[in-house]
Design a protein around this ligand. Structure first.
Ligand code: SOE
Length: 379
């Protein structure tokens, strides 16, 4: 076993569960330079936090994240809370010399993300590492898509078509959650789902979005909340056009109202020599079209389970499929490797800030309606 690193994780809901799974297993499959010790789990409610710690394998609990950050047995802080606390916890942890893994989106506002990126830069100079948890980069098929674009296999990128479709809000009777409150979540489908496809698109193309034209909607503005009714203060869906610095064009759609679509995170990239297409609901596959294959060619479906595909060598024989949880184990492996090797991991807080700027631009464009042409009776 390699040297241990004490992990303190704040939050124990969905992300806390899947991150715990990653910390428990990463060193058993990946040759990482540090072995995580699940030292402390943080949560506000003592009974629920203790229960979660016992279930997921954490040695101790703290009900105040400040106490967790200050502990001598915590060297890495993993932030799995809603966006409203990311900046506060990350800034305190970096100042205390703790490495930080932070769930996405990096923050609720650009100002918070700027402060976090600046603190991360300063901390890196002291050997303290930070990373934002865009786990879809760690889907082997998406990492393979990146590799193919980098190798020039599809030529120059012309189009990016990205959607992230869920349907859990389609029923107007579905109750309020923190995800529907702006002060907690920052934004709705935009920050929760749109952030993933913006990051994935920029990662796969190796390019940055330079401008957007957007529209957003909140279809159901109030929902059952305990005995009363709560106001939904975020978007339910966001649709936007984008330009990349290379001149490529992008279309993006993030929604929680696509009935029948559970977690359809899809990305298609068309280049001058070929195309790539991915759908998370078939996450072990990547479809590839190459113009070099001649006029009778079609899309080929690659089953991304070969040992030389990204991350796959650590797992099972070809054809024995991976799932959602593996992407977080890959993320933990990459972060531990960067911390152990003393290099800056990606995506950095600066990368998270770039995504945050895109989200803010989408909101600004949608609010201004300045790129929107209304079709009146006279047209
Ligand atoms: C909920 O919409 C959610 O869990 C997101 O918060 C995650 O980031 C995404 O991976 C799945 O959907």
């Amino acid at each position: 076993m390699t040297e241990e690193i004490g992990v303190g994780m704040v939050g124990h809901a969905f992300m806390g569960a899947v991150h715990s799974h990653a910390w428990r297993n990463v060193h058993r499959f990946f040759d990482v330079p540090l072995t995580p010790r699940l030292a402390v789990l943080g949560g506000r409610d003592p009974a629920r936090t203790k229960e979660a710690a016992a279930k997921y394998g954490w040695a101790a609990v703290e009900t105040d994240w400040r106490a967790l950050v200050a502990r001598d047995d915590v060297h890495l802080v993993d932030i799995c809370t809603p966006g409203d606390t990311h900046a506060e916890i990350a800034l305190a942890a970096l100042a205390a010399g703790k490495h930080v893994l932070c769930e996405k989106p990096l923050a609720n506002t650009v100002a918070e993300a700027e402060a976090m990126a600046a603190a991360a830069r300063e901390a890196a100079a002291r050997g303290v590492r930070s990373m934002v948890a865009f786990n879809y980069r760690r889907v082997p098929a998406i990492a393979l898509a990146r590799r193919l674009v980098e190798e020039g296999r599809i030529g120059e990128v012309r189009h990016v078509r990205a959607v992230y479709l869920q349907d859990w809000l389609s029923d107007p009777a579905s109750p309020m959650t923190w995800r529907l409150r702006k002060e907690k979540a920052g934004s709705g489908a935009l920050g929760d789902l749109g952030a993933h496809i913006v990051d994935a698109a920029q990662y796969v193309t190796g390019d940055l979005i330079t401008g957007v034209g957007a529209t957003t909607e909140t279809f159901v503005r109030s929902r059952p909340d305990g005995d009363g009714v709560g106001e939904v203060t975020v978007d339910d869906a966001a649709v936007f056009l984008a330009r990349f610095s290379s001149g490529a064009l992008g279309t993006f759609e993030a929604t929680r109202y696509a009935l029948g679509r559970k977690n359809a995170m899809r990305l298609e990239v068309n280049g001058t020599r070929g195309s790539l297409a991915f759908d998370f609901e078939s996450m072990n596959e990547l479809s590839v079209f190459s113009a070099d294959d001649g006029p009778a060619a079609g899309f080929r479906r690659i089953l991304v389970t070969e040992a030389d595909h990204p991350y796959v060598g650590a797992w099972w024989p070809p054809g024995h499929l991976l799932g959602y949880e593996h992407t977080f184990t890959h993320e933990a492996a990459d972060f531990l490797t960067a911390v152990g090797d003393g290099v800056d991991p990606a995506p950095s807080f600066a990368d998270g800030l770039r995504v945050q700027r895109v989200l803010a631009a989408v909101e600004e464009s949608a609010a201004q309606r300045s790129t929107w042409t209304t079709i009146g009776e006279s047209r």
